[in-house]
Design a protein around this ligand. Sequence first.
Ligand SMILES: NC(=O)c1ccc[n+]([C@@H]2O[C@H](COP(=O)([O-])OP(=O)(O)OC[C@H]3O[C@@H](n4cnc5c(N)ncnc54)[C@H](O)[C@@H]3O)[C@@H](O)[C@H]2O)c1
Length: 436
Amino acid sequence: MGSRRRFIKNSGALLTGAALSPMITGKLKAGISANDQLNVALIGCRGMGMYDLTDHLKQAGINCAALCDVDSNILQERAKTVQELTGKTPALYKDYRRVIDDPDVDIVIIGTPDHWHCLPAVDACAAGKDVYVEKPLANSIAECQVMLKAARKHSRIVQVGQQQRSGQHWQDIVALVRSGKLGTIRKIKAWGYFPYGKGSPKVPDSPPPDGVDYNLWLGPSPEHPFNKNRFHGSWRHYWHHGGGLLTDWGVHLLDIPLWAMEVKFPGSVMATGGIYAFPENAIETPDTLNVLYDYGSFTLEWDHAGGISRGLYGRSYGVAFIGNNGTLIVNREGWEVVAESENNADKTPVIPLQPADDLSHEKHVKNFLECVKSRKSPICEIEQGHNVALVAHMGNIAYRTGNKLYWDESKGKFMDDHKANAYLKPEYRSPWKFPA
Ligand SMILES: NC(=O)c1ccc[n+]([C@@H]2O[C@H](COP(=O)([O-])OP(=O)(O)OC[C@H]3O[C@@H](n4cnc5c(N)ncnc54)[C@H](O)[C@@H]3O)[C@@H](O)[C@H]2O)c1
């Protein structure tokens, strides 16, 4: 196993600077045995990270080498669960850099809040480890860009936690959209009306709970006194840690049109909204938001409302592809097509609700592990996570500036807009440094 690990790491070094392509990865395959055991470490263990780890541990030949969390209460609880699942106790760390230093760790799962994705991912890539990173890829455009560069530079396999890409019913609807049966698609709507997107009642600042290193939790983000609302789970409503519903759910749902329509970045972005419904709550991100992306031949609209759940087409969340012949509506539960008609004839076959397969997350993990061994590109390769995270951040930046924005892909920034470009890159709090 040691020699296999060395092989993967050294091959990364040999390929420094080269983009991961099927040809290059094909060469790597010969040195890796499909039977090798892989050592996985989880950084950020409370919520989704543990879910990710559990699906990794369901696969053959996977060993949990380490858990890392800045909350020792969570760390102890999760260590107990891993012991029950595997019969072994993993190494336990508070500081993610100990995971990166551990030469036995092959794979790092990153389940930290969004402001803590970039540094562990970049460091893991530089240390020759492969990465399963939760979505959104990062909490800013510049962090996404530097993560993509690191993955390429070190030829790492990076799967982003947009598990829809592994779901059969999502793959089916992508094929249907591309078949042309819906006719010309001129509008796509993606929406999320979720009770949680409204923040929580305000509470006073307090000392952090025992066992929590809150300074390390804040990490590169600005210093703040501890507040229960700016912590586990609810950090997503604060700009320094997350981007509200648009980056939380938007990356899952906006990814579907980008994938189906084979597009990356819009020509322009406009947004409007506010904290209209729950102004008394602890929340910085808008509880109400509409973003309009212009893709030249179609518009893509993001629409969210926090605190309620009656969304479009009778679904609290989903994506609708609106074509001249019919509309395809899809979410995690399934998909259907409603037809336009002319002279009493449907212009496309009506397709009643097709239930989803609910195994997309486990398939996503399986695909990642196969790719770690084969060195092929995973199904949600870092570039796809990068692209949709940028699109989501562009919507938030349009909302925060109030400007109509134009993206310059070649320069990786907005055209002629200092106000918008000021949101590209966060200032890292010392001693943390933005990756070079
Ligand atoms: N793919 C999905 O469907 C899905 C679903 C939910 C959440 N997510 C993503 O998963 C990530 C985690 O979300 P969550 O809801 O589980 O958050 P959470 O707040 O419940 O858990 C985050 C954990 O990370 C720990 N942590 C924070 N900083 C750390 C650090 N520097 N080192 C080690 N541990 C640290 C926290 O103590 C906590 O235990 C987010 O990026 C979120 O967007 C993805």
